[in-house]
Design a protein around this ligand. Structure first.
Ligand SMILES: [Zn+2]
Length: 235
């Protein structure tokens, strides 16, 4: 009786049966392991290679690093998606490790046969610039060009949901579109599952940095991301 009720409950959750890869950008110990982080790894077709990973950016006062922020938002998103019934595969659950490299980040989503993958970052843009932007792949260096169209749809959904919770679009990249397509990101080029990156805000801008420090705003961001995933997987 109880088992039947649980099965019925699980079936009623909108993301039941789906798998989502949540990729928190960078890692807390990247900066102290330059040789590991700077080594070149595969990052796309045609022999394209890039550094394993980077340290990421931080607020100007040094109190908040991108690696710590992205993990916190990733965890908030994980909790929301799991409550909606998704299986969530996390690249990392701590902030004291190194990497993984961009090729491994893509491989994690591929191995999980994720229905969607989302890589969470925050930008280190010009101090006068504000706002979020979403990044979708291009076919040029993609190992599986078939993911480009669904990834772009997902990226547009992310933009709509971030708009919907009142976040502003980037004032310094994307010409007000809040969305760009790039072929220089290994995490996108090597993905065999639909995937997008989000740059939540500009950590080098004082107003954006204040926003990113507030837990209620991080929750608002996680809500928008969860809504975009739900819209993409359970329309
Ligand atoms: Zn980043």
């Amino acid at each position: 009786m109880i088992a039947t009720a649980l099965v019925a409950l699980a079936a009623a959750l909108p993301l039941s049966g789906t798998t989502v890869h949540v990729d928190a950008g960078h890692n807390g110990a990247n900066g102290s392991h330059p040789s590991q982080i700077n080594r070149q790894v595969p990052a796309g077709t045609g022999g394209y290679r890039k550094a394993c990973d980077t340290t990421g950016t931080q607020t100007d006062d040094g109190r908040l690093t991108e690696a710590r922020l992205t993990l916190d938002v990733a965890r908030r998103l994980q909790r929301r998606l799991e409550r909606l019934g998704a299986r969530v595969v996390m690249t990392r659950t701590t902030n004291d490790g190194v990497g993984p490299c961009v090729d491994e980040r893509a491989a994690i989503g591929n191995r999980a046969r994720a229905d969607l993958a989302l890589s969470i970052h925050a930008d280190g843009g010009p101090p006068g610039g504000r706002g979020f932007h979403v990044i979708a792949p291009l076919a040029a260096r993609a190992v599986r060009p078939a993911i480009v169209a669904p990834s772009l749809r997902f990226a547009r959904g992310l933009r709509a949901r971030l708009d919907g919770v009142g976040l502003r679009r980037s004032t310094y990249i994307g010409g007000g579109a809040g969305l760009v397509q790039r072929s220089d990101l290994g995490g996108l080029n090597l993905s065999r599952v639909p995937k997008a990156f989000v740059e939540l805000a500009n950590m080098r801008n004082a107003a954006d940095a204040r926003l990113l420090r507030r837990t209620r705003d991080r929750d608002r961001i996680a809500l928008a991301l969860a809504r975009a995933v739900t819209r993409a997987l359970a329309p």
